[in-house]
Design a protein around this ligand. Structure first.
Ligand SMILES: NC(=O)c1ccc[n+]([C@@H]2O[C@H](COP(=O)([O-])OP(=O)(O)OC[C@H]3O[C@@H](n4cnc5c(N)ncnc54)[C@H](OP(=O)(O)O)[C@@H]3O)[C@@H](O)[C@H]2O)c1
Length: 214
C-alpha cells in the first residue's frame, strides 16, 4: 500500500519506518526540519521518501495522522483534499502541556476528527502503545506471542487496511467496534502513558488480551 505519514515525530517516524520495511511505499511529511524527513526516508530504505503533507496525501491508500492535537488544523490544511481517504489516527486530544484530554466522556478526539472530515474514513489505532515499544514489537513479530492492539472505526474497508498495518508492525489487531469506542480507548492511553512514564518499569510494556476458555 501507499502510506502517507502526516507528522513524522516519535510515532509517525517509527511507524513510517516499519511500514516501509514491511514493504509499503511511504511518504514522510510534516516536521519542522526537511533534513529530518530526508534522513528518516534514507534510514527507512528504498520504499520511503520525504515530501510535503500534500505529497503524502496524494494517492495514498491510507494516511497516518500523528501530530499533536494543536497542530491538527495546520497539518490538515497543508494536506489539502483528503476526501475519501482512509485516515488511521493515533493523535490524542491532549492539552498544550500534555497533562490531560481536552475531549472525553461523551465524545473522543477520533469522533471530533470524523465530524470535521466527514468525507474520510477514520480509524483510531496505535494510540494505546508508547512509541518506545514499536521497533521491539516489529523485531519480535515472528518469535513471540503478539501483544494486542485495540482499534476502532465505522468503515469496514478502512478497518481492514488498519488491521493489516497493525499486523505488519507485529501486533494482534483487536477490533473493538465503532469509532465511538475511542471514548474509552483514549482515556485508557492515559493509564498506559502513566505506567510507561511515571511507573517503575518504564515504557517497554505491551499488553495482551487472551481468550480464556475452560
Ligand atoms: N509518543 C507516543 O508514545 C504516543 C503514544 C500514543 C499516542 N501519541 C499521540 O500521537 C500524536 C503524535 O505524537 P508524537 O509523540 O509522535 O509527537 P511528536 O514526536 O511531537 O511528533 C509530531 C510531529 O509533528 C511535527 N510538528 C510539530 N510542530 C510542527 C510545525 N509547526 N510544523 C511542522 N511540523 C511540526 C513534529 O516536527 P519535528 O519532527 O520537527 O519534531 C513531529 O514530526 C500525538 O497526538 C500524541 O498524543 C503519542
Amino acid at each position: 500500500m501507499r502510506i502517507g505519514i502526516l507528522g513524522s515525530g516519535l510515532m509517525g517516524g517509527k511507524l513510517g519506518t516499519i511500514f516501509a520495511r514491511a514493504g509499503h511505499e511511504v511518504v514522510f511529511s510534516y516536521s519542522k526540519s526537511e533534513q529530518k524527513l530526508k534522513k528518516l526516508a534514507r534510514d527507512a530504505g528504498p520504499n520511503a521518501r520525504a515530501g510535503t503533507p500534500r505529497d503524502a496525501a496524494e494517492g495514498a491508500d491510507a494516511l497516518l495522522l500523528a501530530v499533536h492535537w494543536l497542530r491538527m488544523d495546520d497539518v490538515l490544511k497543508q494536506a489539502g483534499d483528503v476526501a475519501g481517504r482512509v485516515i488511521v489516527s493515533c493523535s490524542m486530544p491532549m492539552n498544550a502541556d500534555d497533562t490531560d484530554l481536552v475531549v472525553s466522556g461523551t465524545s473522543s478526539g477520533a469522533e471530533q476528527l470524523a465530524k470535521r472530515l466527514p468525507n474520510t474514513r477514520i480509524v483510531s489505532a496505535f494510540n494505546t502503545v508508547p512509541s518506545e515499544v514499536l521497533f521491539g514489537v516489529y523485531a519480535a513479530r515472528r518469535r513471540t506471542a503478539k501483544p494486542s492492539l485495540l482499534f476502532c472505526g465505522d468503515d469496514a474497508r478502512a478497518k481492514q487496511i488498519a488491521a493489516r498495518l497493525i499486523s505488519d508492525v507485529g501486533f494482534e489487531p483487536l477490533d473493538i467496534g465503532p469509532l465511538r469506542m475511542a471514548r474509552y480507548t483514549e482515556p485508557f492511553t492515559m493509564i498506559i502513558a502513566h505506567l510507561a512514564y511515571e511507573g517503575a518499569r518504564g515504557p517497554e510494556m505491551a499488553y495482551r488480551f487472551e481468550w480464556y476458555k475452560e
